[in-house]
Design a protein around this ligand. Sequence first.
Ligand code: ZN
Length: 198
Amino acid sequence: MYYPEPISKLIDSFTKLPGIGPKTAVRLAFFVLEMEEYDVLEFGKSLVNAKRELTHCSVCGQITDQDPCSICQDEARDNSLICVVQDPKDVIAMEKMKEFSGKYHVLHGAISPMDGIGPEDINVPSLLNRLKDEGVEELILATNPNIEGEATAMYISRLVKPSGIRITRLAHGLPMGGDLEYADEVTLSKAMEGRREL
Ligand SMILES: [Zn+2]
């Protein structure tokens, strides 16, 4: 009510972003007003395009602009090895390590009874189908080293174990309670080397 409507709408939009409080939202909105019109248009276009042109890979769940994603399409990669992660950003972290030649599966979350997120809310059914179809020999559970990530790893492990597929979990070096995406390449690489049987 203090600002003209276009500004208050812009402030509202910024407030919806994570980590942006009301004061920061006001600061950002006024900053946009000072920007060159071209830059503002490009910014707006990037927002819309990112939303419209990106989809989830129908095989692995990764965010992609082509379906299946480039990793799933890559015939040089090892189909017998699937690394299961919680978040699309975790795939990027693993890829930066440049040592993993298998494929991925993105769960888009972790089991968290406290937040009402059950096994049916994460991308597990398509993983089970892949295990049947793709000749998978090892499943590396790279969910985050915290309570939710552990619970999710245990759940998948119990589900898959009867099929005889080798199940491993990333080991050393990853800080407990942390997010995989924030681990540096060396730590991640060590964790991959030292993965243990579940
Ligand atoms: Zn994919």
